[in-house]
Design a protein around this ligand. Sequence first.
Ligand code: PLP
Length: 471
Amino acid sequence: CRPVPTTARIAAAVTADSLPTRSTADWRALDAAHSLHPFTDYKALAAEGSRIITRADGCSLWDSEGTEILDGMAGLWCVNVGYGRRELVDAAARQMAELPYYNLFFKTATPPAIELSRRLAEITPHGLDHVFFTNSGSEANDTVIRMVRQYWALEGRPERRVIIGRQNGYHGSTVAAAAMGGMSAMHKQGGPPLPDFHHIREPHHFKYAHDQDPEVFGLEAARWLDEAIQAIGPGRVAAFIAEPVQGAGGLIVPPPGYWAEIQRICVHHDVLLIADEVICGFGRTGQWFGSQTFGIRPDIMTLAKGLSSGYLPIAAVMVGQRVARTLFDKGGEFVHGFTYSGHPTACAVALETISIMDRERLVERVREDVGPYLMERLGTLRDHPLVGEVRGRGLMAGVELIRDRASHAFFSPAGKVGTRCRDHCFNANVIIRAVADTMILSPPLVISRAQIDRLVSALAEALDRTQRDLP
Ligand code: PLP
């Protein structure tokens, strides 16, 4: 048996060169030869090659040519505390030295998983005090599907199986999470959709009802849920799932009154309410959770991304008393789980991430300082001829492009202009994402005002270039 390695020895190993030094051309060639990238157009990648990201610090990335890139997306909406946090490296190294792996199956537990469960129960609202750990947001949402159906079966109502989501909602990329989400491109790929999922339209005021009073529209959009439940049959509906602010589906901020009415409808029909907080959680909207920002009282909440700031894969399903009690009191074995559910190293990193957010008051920073500043600066783009709407909450914002403001005509096909604008940003070494024709910003919560200025001026410049490219 080898001696227990010390933290110092591990830290030395971390700093040692463990990868060969290669030229950018070599990295690209190897990448092209072997790698199948997620959510990537393979023809476009083959034509253009990948940009190799080699290191990061704060809100910046560096590519293999040594060029600095400002990350306006916090990776994939996840690196909330910023890159290069020594505390997180140390937390991982300490835990790996002590207990690099053990699982939570068959009545075992580990201190980091227990401590993280306690901490999550403390910071999440509304008595969501039980945690089921997974490794990704997709797995968390898959877990929810099995859990809510198990809940209703244990309650003697197995026919309550249908889960209602929203069009363009994103809940992940596994077969079931993609079926629960409302991304039509994902539904089209891979054969007939799974049964017992249904989608209502998202409350996209600018798209569906820009000339209507937002509050009136908010109520109307919420009532689409009531209509769907009535049509399916209230006795068949298990749950409704939605993101507090729809992220990957176009940064849709709910209109006033929407969530209160959704909550009322769920209570009325005894349908479980699930908040997918994979993006909104951990300060993104200016509160710890989007549910607090929008006054939602979910029965279940899914978390990922900001939970470990993306440093290690970890996600969680927060379960309230109603569902947890049934699982405990009426359930036998919950036949579900993952080898790495509650991975101790990932839990240790998540605990330290939460401590950093606490110590540095990052949630307040988003709510009171950088969030309003981002919206104020983006507001200066409103007069640009390509800009139809600027919307957002906290440190998540969308700038929707439009072909003609006067006639409210969108680009067709959707997405080409947004992608063009995104590429102009990227070529100017700023990462701003495009969802169809909406430009998305979701930077690390530690971003400075000066960096926000740089993001917004890069976007302004990219908009001008995009406009010049139009036929
Ligand atoms: N839910 C939401 C709201 C997301 O935005 C995402 C990913 O972007 C997921 C779930 C899936 O998470 P993961 O990519 O970790 O599986």
